[in-house]
Every structure is written in structure tokens, then in C-alpha cells.
Design a binder for this molecule. Structure first.
Ligand SMILES: NC(=O)c1ccc[n+]([C@@H]2O[C@H](COP(=O)([O-])OP(=O)(O)OC[C@H]3O[C@@H](n4cnc5c(N)ncnc54)[C@H](O)[C@@H]3O)[C@@H](O)[C@H]2O)c1
Length: 242
């Protein structure tokens, strides 16, 4: 295997596992960082990759996953900061614990993962990072703090990318629409009854590869069932006139 070395958080299931399989099939070296050891080990074995048990909400776990990748494969080319969870409350049933449970994975976990991977990527002077946002990070959603966390990832990618470009590091966000993964399994029937189409996780994985490989940085992409991955235009900021 001589293909790129790709670290995928949340790679034990759904979109992350589909991404691991896609890269593995093409001779890539894959590291799965996930808090689910049974599923993570199984996907890693399937793709001939490495599993690192990690809770992305713990900064040291992110560093350990990055260090294990570089130790095993000598470099790190792609990082997919994909681990995410649905929201556990809204404003009516709000508790600090439920709110923090969503944000610690969906936002803190991505910030810690981003910070952890920068040292080797800077040393190499190359690397491509995708943060897994959501279409809920562009529109509103009844899943209030899920949408809040995903909007934050869009802002993170757009804001952090320019400073990383000089070091040869690209950072983009991908916003998938509904995808048919275990996270959505409890809602699959009702979503289909409402006529909503679910994307195949393999199609989202293809979009991940497109975004990782493309030349752009600071971009926000969407991918939805039956549609190709496309860039979402950033709003023009009007400069104040004297
Ligand atoms: N499925 C969809 O419709 C959809 C749509 C848009 C965006 N997304 C996003 O895509 C990403 C993957 O979602 P999925 O649908 O494949 O979900 P999934 O539940 O199938 O997989 C998520 C994986 O993340 C892992 N994980 C969760 N919290 C973690 C933590 N703190 N530390 C380490 N690992 C953790 C889980 O163990 C699991 O393996 C998420 O960020 C999700 O928000 C999903």
C-alpha cells in the first residue's frame, strides 16, 4: 500500500467507515480513531488499517491518534474530522449536561483534532483536512444545538484556512444532506414516508475524497442524495466606504 495516509475520526460507522473503505480499496493507509473499539477494530481490519481508541472530546486522545498515525506510517496526508453525534436537547428540555454532550464531540472534538494534526502537517508542509459539518450547518434545524455546532464548523473552516495556506495545509468543510447511516436508523422510516431521500454513505465518502483532493481551501461543500458535491459560495463582505 503506497496511497495517502488518512486519519478518520468516527471512522467506525456510517460516513467515516465508508470513507475508510473507499481509501482502503484504493491502496490508502487508514487510521480510524473512534470511541467504539469493537466496530473500529472491525473496520480497521477490513481495510488493513490501524485503530486507535479515542474520545475526540479529550484533547490528549486526539494527540495520541495523530502520533500513532505518524509512528505507524511515517506521515499524515489527510485528516477527516468526522466524529459527530445528534443533539440531546433543545431550549425546552435544556440541561447543561445534554448541551455540552453534543458540543464536546461536534465542536470541541473537531477543534482538538485540528489542533493535534497541525504539528506534523506543518513539518511536512502539506496536508488536507475536511471537517464534517452538515446541511444543518447551513440551514436551520429543529435539532438546535446540532445545527449550532455544525454552523460553527463552517465558520471554523472558513476562518482558519487562510492562515494555514502558507504552510501548505488545506482545510475545508463538507455539509452532507441526510445520509443513510446508523445515526439516522431510528428516523429512516419516517424520513422516507415524508419523501426525503437519503444519500448512500459511499456517495458522501466520494465527496470527502473530492474535497480532500481538490485544490481549494476555506471552502464549504454540500453533497445531497442524487446530486454531485458542490461548493457553497461564501457571501461577499462589503467593505466600509470612507
Ligand atoms: N447521517 C447523516 O445524515 C449526516 C448528515 C450530515 C452530517 N453528518 C455528520 O457526519 C458525521 C458522521 O455521521 P454518521 O451519520 O456516519 O454517524 P454514525 O453514528 O454512523 O457514526 C459516528 C461515529 O462517530 C463516533 N463517535 C461519536 N462520538 C465520538 C467521540 N466523542 N469520540 C470518538 N468517536 C465518536 C461513533 O462511535 C461512530 O463510530 C457526523 O459528524 C454527523 O454529524 C451525518
Amino acid at each position: 500500500m503506497t496511497g495517502p495516509v488518512t486519519l478518520i475520526t468516527g471512522g467506525a460507522s456510517g460516513i467515516g467507515a465508508a470513507t475508510a473503505r473507499r481509501f482502503g480499496r484504493r491502496g490508502g493507509r487508514v487510521v480510524i480513531a473512534d470511541r467504539d473499539p469493537a466496530a473500529g477494530e472491525a473496520v480497521a481490519a477490513e481495510v488493513g488499517g490501524l485503530f486507535v481508541r479515542a474520545d475526540v472530546g479529550v484533547p490528549a486522545d486526539n494527540t495520541r491518534a495523530v502520533d500513532a498515525t505518524v509512528e505507524a506510517f511515517g506521515r499524515l496526508d489527510n485528516v477527516v474530522l468526522n466524529a459527530g453525534v445528534p443533539g440531546r436537547c433543545g431550549l425546552a428540555d435544556f440541561t447543561v449536561e445534554r448541551y455540552r454532550d453534543t458540543l464536546r464531540t461536534n465542536l470541541d472534538g473537531v477543534v482538538y483534532g485540528l489542533h493535534a494534526c497541525l504539528a506534523p502537517l506543518r513539518r511536512q508542509r502539506h496536508g488536507s483536512i475536511v471537517v464534517m459539518a452538515s446541511i444543518a450547518g447551513l440551514s436551520g434545524s429543529p435539532d438546535l444545538f446540532y445545527a449550532t455546532s455544525k454552523h460553527a464548523l463552517v465558520g471554523l473552516a472558513r476562518s482558519a484556512a487562510p492562515a494555514l495556506a502558507a504552510a501548505g495545509i488545506r482545510l475545508n468543510a463538507l455539509c452532507p444532506g441526510l445520509a443513510d447511516t446508523p445515526a439516522l436508523a431510528p428516523y429512516r422510516r419516517v424520513l422516507r414516508e415524508r419523501g426525503l431521500r437519503l444519500a448512500d454513505p459511499g456517495a458522501v465518502a466520494a465527496a470527502v475524497e473530492t474535497v480532500l483532493a481538490g485544490p481549494g481551501t476555506g471552502q464549504v461543500w454540500t453533497v445531497q442524495a442524487g446530486q454531485p458535491a458542490t461548493v457553497v459560495p461564501a457571501p461577499e463582505v462589503a467593505l466600509a466606504a470612507e
